[in-house]
Each structure stands twice: as structure tokens, then as C-alpha cells.
Write a protein that binds this ligand. Sequence first.
Ligand code: ZN
Length: 172
Amino acid sequence: MPHTVTDELVSANRRYADRFADPGMDARPVRRVAIVACMDARLDLHAALGLSLGDCHTIRNAGGVVTDDIIRSLTISQRKLGTRSVVLIHHTGCGLLSLTEDFRHELEHEVGQRPAWAVESFTDLDQDVRQSMARVRTSPFLPHTDDVRGFVFDVTTGLLREVDPASPAAAT
Ligand SMILES: [Zn+2]
């Protein structure tokens, strides 16, 4: 029978469940934090930030950019599941740095329709982190915007570098 990566994952899950004990938690993150990050495979959020099961919400997409759907998740996270802090994480070597909005036109050319979504590509990591912080801070749906911080994760060193929300794009 064909053996796919999904089959491997299902096998791994059986081993996981064999050792799994019900942690007896409810759905509210213990540390009351939501982390918005890129989907990049090199970014292991729990290991990199010292997080354990049940500690946080992790909300990820291509680039870790704050789109309407990220705001949707953050709104539910804060209003229904008790989180208070927001951490935004972009990273070096992100695929979004090599894309432009032309990607939408390429798609239109190939399949005959342009996607409704923006590519949300960027050329300046720090500036995009600032833009993401601003989108969170100015959202009318989010009641807790006093603890919103943004970082760039270096995929070669594993270190986070904080982005100053006030600096202009040309900083450092
Ligand atoms: Zn990325």
C-alpha cells in the first residue's frame, strides 16, 4: 500500500497517544499570551520560547502578518479565552521577502482569476513587524493592546531581536 508522510504522522500519533496522560486543562492558555508567527518550518515556537503544553495560543500564517483572519483569532483568544498579551514573530530568511504583489498577477495569468487576498509580501522585516504591531494596537475588536511586542527570530542563531515600535523604517 502507498506510504505517505501523512501515514507516518498517524503512526507517530499512535505512539504519542500511548504515552499521553490527560493534562486536565481547559482551553484557556495558562500564560494568557497569544503568539502570532510565520509558519516557517525552522521556527519551533515552544522550544524557542520555553513554552509548555497549554501555555499559549499560537496563530501562524505565511509571514506572520496580521491579516483579518489573524485579528479574528486574536479577538476570540482575548474575548473568549482570556489572553492578555500579544507577541509577534517574523524571522530572517522569510519566503515573503522574496515575493511581491506580482505573485497575484502571476496567479491570475495562470488560473484565470486573481485571488481576493493580498500577498502581504514585504522587503523590510522590522518595518513589517511594526506594521503588524500597529494593526493589533489599532484593532477595535481587541480589548487588550497594552502589551503587544514584536520580534525578529534569527533562524541561524535561534535568537530573538526585539523591534522598537517607534523607530522609523531606516533604524539600525
Ligand atoms: Zn517566514
